[in-house]
Write a protein that binds this ligand. Sequence first.
Ligand code: AHR
Length: 655
Amino acid sequence: MLSSFLSRGVLASAVFASCVAAVTTVDVNGTAAHTIPPLLFGQMFEATPLNNVYHRSQSGDGGIYAELLQNRAFQQVKPNTDAALLAWAPINGASIKVIADPSPLSNALPNSLELTIPSGISGQVGFGNEGYWGINVNSSWTYNASFYYKFPSASKFSGKLTVMLRSSTGSVYASASVPVSGSTTTWTQVAVPLTPTSSPASVANNFTVTVDGASASEETINFAMFSLFPPTFKGRANGLRMDIAQTLYDMKPSFFRLPGGNNLGQSVSTRWQWNATVGNLIDRPGRMGDWGYINTDGLGLLEYMYLCEDMEMEPIMAVWAGYSLGGESLPENELTPYIQQAIDQINFVIGDHAKSEPAALRASLGHPEPFPLQYIEIGNEDFFASESYIYRWKHFAGNLTANFPQLKFIATSSNHKLDPIPKQYDNHVYQTPGWFAENAFYYDSFERDGTYYFAGEYAVVSTNASNLYGTSAYGRLMYPDMQGSSGEAAFMTGLERNSDIIFAASYAPLLMNVADSKWTPNLISFDASQVYPSTSFYTQQLFSLNRGTEYLPSTLHIAEAVSLHWSVTRDAPTNTVIIKIANTGTSAEDMSFELPFEGVHGIGTATVLSGSATASNSPEAPDTVKPVTSQIKTGKSFPYTAPAYSVNVLRVKLQ
Ligand code: AHR
């Protein structure tokens, strides 16, 4: 949502008009206007985009969190219903149901899977899990499979469970045997490695657990907390899916906004609560997430921190601030426990483990050192309840500032009555390509009054201005395309130019499983075995990898109609001038650059992302548009032609 910042202030940065001619001439000023802030380009994580009609893109569970089994612990499901068996199916006549276990594995996991072997069945009998729209079976990996089991009543049974990875038609790729005894009446964990013998192209595979039907006739066995993990990014236990994490890492984002936007909470009782997401997996109850399905919370607060640590990103962490997406604002006199929960959440991340219980918990979980953290976001899009935000901001910002004077707090409503006056605001915009191109100067007129901005969510979502929040069937883009990505790039030149007041910016949302995608578009799409970086992914990557350390003012168009936008930085360590150009128009545009430096190298590079207006990367055509780097002639003065619908990065070395 676009909040109302447009009314702020006067034109603060130098803007030089130039004639729009056949060749656009850009004079670069050699004196840096400001340094580029270290967090400028990062990513926003939405644990799974909402609600019934148009939102939802499985991105944590079934996404970057590497767990392969869906509904692994029957969290938050209603026992004895078909829905409780989501992703599970019986094999060879077995009877399975999810029960409210009278002696459950843990308080957090009250349900278990009850398997009963009918009499008169021969062969292997049991159940299987189909994963999150498939399971990627790869013979170069060893998978860690585990589960708990017990016999609800002691029996004389002695035999084995067979644990397999196999195709939906029964071909076996990996198999292991686990001896079990009917005398096991308390929960016992089984862990087995599975190394497939081949790598099927199809992901229509199952994880199965079976027992010999004849010898186990009429036996009942209960199961709980299954897990199947492939190798993870950087080998982290309970970690990240390697290919998705690597794609994100390849973008070199410098921050990660978590635990989401809307995902902070649909209702007070189902809000995201940090303490329910840490510790042993069997102590995490999971929650009904805000995007219409149950979150395991296996990707919890500590995992988010490790994700940041492993990818050298800094968290920008939100706290729930008394307002839920469903529309409920807590009254002023009921905020205290929620403020304490926010204080504890922050202490879990940065507290001194000798002084704070949440920090001691972090230390006990293996990370005594505090994590880096500078920014806390108070709520998400709380402009939807901007009146109650006046008192909620007062109490949350007031108390958190008193407890953590070293931190900076980001407001999510620009209500002018906020007190204390926010120093940081988060601003979201989902719009058309035209809006982004026309608003490349959006922040130029903001007052330089000590207020800083976080462009925490932005994306071209449709070419149809009247359907920005509709479904893809009615005009939302399914995948980013070049007219959208070049529009975003035009906007990003403005973010870079205004990075004296913009401290961070992120496209949103980040991830989508193509099998379950009702919020579109997203930056990175994937299915069970492949990742599909979009044109906007490459745009983000081009800006992120080519930031430079200081912003150099240059000639700017002020006419909104022109299709060219650019920004110029210098990277001091490598003494390189970096020019980013977005052409949002239908035709190639000729440009000429005038650099104020002596000793400009005669050869530079141009990395270009371009395609037709509707060119996009999809699972059917994943490589339609990719950046291409070539050498170009450069010098103190040099020409350049920016193709139609393009994002261009020119790198020119200085001697
Ligand atoms: O990015 C998708 C959603 O858009 C975010 O969760 C929310 O903050 C915004 O409305």
